[in-house]
Design a protein. Structure first.
Length: 425
């Protein structure tokens, strides 16, 4: 291990070796958002998987990156461990377990349950894979089966001190594991105080000297801000287990509530939830509109000065249909009903398409929505079309590809560009 030190305002921090892999893992899990960003979910289901796979074949955890739906196996390791005798066999053991269809099903069930245990975590996932996508099916078909088919998982190996032996040992793997060195330092005379040095696995803003503010003379006592612009700090709130929190969101992404300022929405959310990990962008809401603060993400990151209005707003709903229902209702009645919808989605929906189940196994028709009304006080909805549904170039389900089992959401543009159902979401 290197003997480098960190000198911070005259205080010395020296390299520190964790007492065990469990201590190292806990330190990293507590700071996982700083490593992977607040749009990545760390899935810590070690005990459940150990019961299912056995200790020798279960990974330490997974990272689910919501930015691109990528899924990584995570191994936490200490540099003192045998590279060949510990790391390599554990990855191989997990791959062998995933080879078994029944085991893949069980792991998919464990992942589904883990996501559903936390409403904020569940919302973050739903925002990316769709409100009605079936979680079990998603993890089985979109994560575990491709992992099995490829023969190799994408892997992060997080280690306290990288060495040449590890680099050499991992060269033969395809794809090559991403090795992340997280060096730990302890404060001199206060070992409980730790500092971590690592390379974040997401793009971080560069530190720079802020430009001098320019004086702006108002042209009127009643000048209005351009539509969509917002003034910081923004009043925000959150509700959790019967408790209400009011706070302020600042232009740098920090949030202040209960007299304390936190450097990120997720840090503030974690404090509000009593130390429980959370996606702060989905937890805090704008007081004036009750929208989650992810609406302001692009402003805070300096990409835009206005509310980010996605060109990819989910304006199209795709419904599955058996052939008789398709002919009688979708074509015959110019409507589709008994759809379970989140009311908040309704204003965005402009189009409807139909996926015809076997033997057609394709999205074949598309219609513009006229109106959406509640269906007979059932909590479900009926969608009326503006005229007849039009036949489109079939978007086919490839063998083993995605087949909607319930309503799914996409954009009109993405639907018409898709060559298969896998490209629709």
């Amino acid at each position: 291990m290197a003997n480098d030190i960190i000198l911070l305002d005259g205080v010395k921090y020296a390299r520190y070796t964790p007492k065990s892999e469990a201590d190292f893992r806990k330190l990293l899990v507590d700071n996982i958002e700083e490593l992977f960003g607040n749009e990545a979910i760390y899935i810590d289901i070690e005990r459940n998987l150990e019961n299912e796979l056995g200790k020798a074949r279960r990974p330490d955890g997974f990272v689910f990156d919501l930015r691109d739906n990528s899924f990584y196996v995570v191994e936490f390791e200490l540099s003192g461990h045998s590279t060949y005798g510990h790391i390599d066999p554990q990855i191989n053991g997990f791959l062998q377990a995933v080879d078994n269809w029944n085991t893949r099903q069980k792991i998919a069930g464990i992942l589904k349950k883990y996501m559903e245990e936390d409403v904020i975590r569940l919302k973050a996932v739903r925002d990316h894979i769709g409100e009605t996508a079936e979680l079990y099916q998603y993890f089985l078909e979109k994560v575990l089966t491709p992992m099995h088919d490829s023969g190799q998982p994408n892997t992060f190996i997080i280690i306290d001190d990288c060495c040449e032996e590890l680099e050499i040992a991992m060269r033969h793997r395809t794809p090559k594991p991403k090795i992340i060195e997280v060096a730990i330092y302890a404060r001199e005379g206060a070992e409980a105080v730790k500092a971590l040095r690592f390379e974040p696995q997401y793009e971080t803003p560069k530190l720079s000297t802020p430009p001098k503010a320019q004086e702006v003379k108002p042209t009127s006592l009643h000048t209005e801000k351009p539509t969509g612009e917002i003034e910081f700090p923004v009043p925000v709130f959150a509700d959790y287990k019967g408790r209400h929190f009011d706070g302020k969101l600042f232009a740098d992404g920090s949030i202040e509530f209960n007299g304390k300022k936190y450097k990120s929405p997720s840090g503030a959310g974690k404090a509000a939830k009593g130390g429980k990990e959370t996606n702060g962008w989905a937890f805090w809401k704008i007081s004036s509109s009750s929208e989650t603060i992810d609406k302001l993400f692009y402003i805070i990151k300096g990409i835009s000065k206005k509310y980010h209005t996605h060109s990819d707003t989910l304006d199209t709903i795709i419904v599955p249909a058996h052939e008789d229902g398709f002919q009688e209702t979708f074509i015959g009645e110019n409507c589709w009903y008994k759809i379970r919808l989140n009311k908040k989605r309704i204003p965005d929906l402009k189009y409807i398409a139909v996926y015809r189940k076997t033997p057609v196994s394709s999205i074949t028709h598309f219609a513009e929505i006229d109106r959406i009304k509640e269906y007979e006080n059932t909590g479900k909805f009926i969608v009326y079309f503006k005229g007849k549904a039009k036949e489109i170039e079939p978007v086919k389900r490839l063998e083993g590809g995605f087949a909607p089992q319930g309503p799914v959401f996409t954009t009109r543009e993405k639907l018409f560009k898709a060559k298969s159902t896998d490209e629709v979401l």
